[in-house]
Design a protein around this ligand. Structure first.
Ligand code: ZN
Length: 258
């Protein structure tokens, strides 16, 4: 799992019937490295007695995955983790991820942000999250102050998307950490086209850069050192051609499924 799971925590599920209400899920308190196919739980999202049955799933796993499979048959496979960079992104005041490179561009306008984290995903919290996932094209939910939920049609497609979302979040978070400027697209009156790489808060109030300003010995306005958001044209081209120009075949699956 490439360090994206938390040993016995976090949960994955896969719908196995047509309306998605029957699904497989990892068993409670079993380390991911030890789970066998025969260990997977077969659950019914409409069975109110699930948590009282022998070998019941983790209650928060049931609350989240049961709710999504019950309400969102278009999402067949779900993977929920608290991977480091996705969770850092989810913990920022503004959890939007601008398209600053090819990986981040892959997710442009393809995620929803939940800003109302209500604690462990028991039944009510799971229902609330599921109510935000009605758009089949939005296959990532950035769970504010919590983690990320990634969806797909198959296990492979969903894992691929989970992997690249974490990579994209890492690129963005590390870019913020540099404290370098970002191209505004138009030179300022001082001749600089740089602006601090900041993220607007959920309240709309700009937040300061995450790291200290550069010293005068390393000017942030030096040409070529600014972080630029990928242009809308480039993003649109990537979506249209259904793949990226580098030899990353995995991303094609993300696009193909979008
Ligand atoms: Zn969680």
């Amino acid at each position: 799992m490439l360090y994206r799971h938390e040993a016995v925590a976090n949960h994955f599920s896969l719908a196995v019937n047509e309306d998605g209400t029957q699904f497989l899920m990892n068993p409670n308190q079993v380390h991911f490295s030890r789970i066998r196919a025969s260990d997977l739980l077969l659950l019914d999202a409409n069975d109110p007695d699930t948590l009282s049955l022998p070998g019941a799933p983790d209650p928060s796993a049931w609350g989240l995955h049961g709710s999504v499979h019950r309400r969102c048959p278009h999402h067949r496979c779900l993977m929920h983790v608290h991977s480091v960079f996705a969770t850092v992104l989810a913990s920022l005041e503004d959890s939007n991820m601008p398209p600053i490179d090819q990986n981040t561009a892959t997710f442009y306008n393809r995620y929803v942000i939940d800003e109302e984290f209500g604690g462990l995903a028991f039944e009510n919290e799971g229902e609330r999250c599921a109510s935000m996932l009605g758009d089949p094209k939005k296959k990532v939910m950035i769970m504010g102050n919590h983690g990320v939920l990634v969806m797909g049609d198959t296990v492979a497609e969903t894992f691929n998307r989970l992997y690249y979302f974490e990579r994209a979040a890492e690129t963005y978070i590390r870019a913020l950490q540099t404290g370098a400027g970002r191209s505004s697209g138009a030179p300022t009156s001082s001749g600089s086209s740089a602006s601090p790489l900041t993220h607007a808060g959920r309240s709309g109030v700009p937040m300061p850069a995450l790291s200290s300003p550069r010293t005068t010995s390393t000017p942030a306005t030096a040409p070529g050192r600014h972080l630029a958001v990928v242009s809308r044209r480039v993003v649109a081209d990537h979506v249209r051609i259904n793949c990226l120009p580098h030899s990353c075949a995995g991303l094609r699956g993300v696009f193909a499924a979008a």
